[in-house]
Design a protein around this ligand. Sequence first.
Ligand code: ZN
Ligand code: ZN
Length: 358
Amino acid sequence: MTAGRCAVLARWLPEKTDAALIFSEHNALYYTGFICDAAALLITREDAVFMTDSRYIEAAQQRIGAPVVCRLAQRLLSDAAAWLRTAGIRRVFIEAEQTTLARLNVLKGYLPDTEIVTDGALDRQIESQRIIKDERELATLRQAQALTDAAFTHVLGVLRPGVRERDIAVELDSYMRRHGAQDISFRTIAAAGPQTSLPHAQPGDYAVQAGDFVTMDFGALLDGYHADMTRTVAVGTPQAEQRRIYDIVLQAQLAAIAALHAGITGAQADEAARSVIRQAGYGEYFGHSTGHGVGVEIHEKPTLSSLSSTVLPAGCMVTVEPGIYLPGRFGVRIEDMGVVTEQGFADMTASPKQLICL
Ligand code: ZN
Ligand code: ZN
């Protein structure tokens, strides 16, 4: 399946004597299906070579198939440079965003006669490939989200007055790990009561009290692909204002989901949610963007923000996660993820969105 991805990149190379040299683990994962934090992937018109050290070589050989060839590297940079010299490469494209200056300088030392291109062209090409998910990626993301939904159902049975934020986070994390997640997608957010006004609160010792909102933002990582969802629930009976704010956020989220389809821009999708919150009088309490792409990275292209002129292609994955945060009081966020289609948005998140009162 990944063979086609390498071929697309190889065809993009302008000259026969060009190569792409990829170090980022997410990009290498995309092209090989193997995740590893010490690898180099070299792609030319003729070859695709994955180099890693003795800690990973056996696992890489088991996972990676033709046309990518695995090679054991003693010293990654010098071995990659030696391979490029032997292959007669005259110009090599490297990732501008991911490459450190230290690494670039070392490479320049090893490749004095090779042009090293750092203008972002390779980053843009990889981004244009990664933004559209194929069926296999979508199946993995669906599976990761199904596991995340199951963790949400599970945690509802645990939420009650007296439970601490950190216990909620551990409960979600351990459920996902025990039921097949390779890891969690990102550090789980579990906030209760006044902490729910902090969009990215760290779970602490605060214990849930009757009448609190609890916001949980979490996801399972499966085969390198990230799930991401948020739900805000009430423990006990919420006040009328809490219900009202919840309903505004829900209407905003539904409006963005209804607006989504291939051909609109990230800014238009953002505005669909933001206008609902603005018209309700809470525009200043929704500071972050409406959503982001998700895949081999938890945050990737496209972005659903007021600044995004990106036209959403069919097959891109996005989250839809508006929120309202009233400082020192409470906040609400509701987040689904799904795939943008020609006609609309195929939501992968199955958990209910009506306010749950436990
Ligand atoms: Zn999230
Ligand atoms: Zn998100």
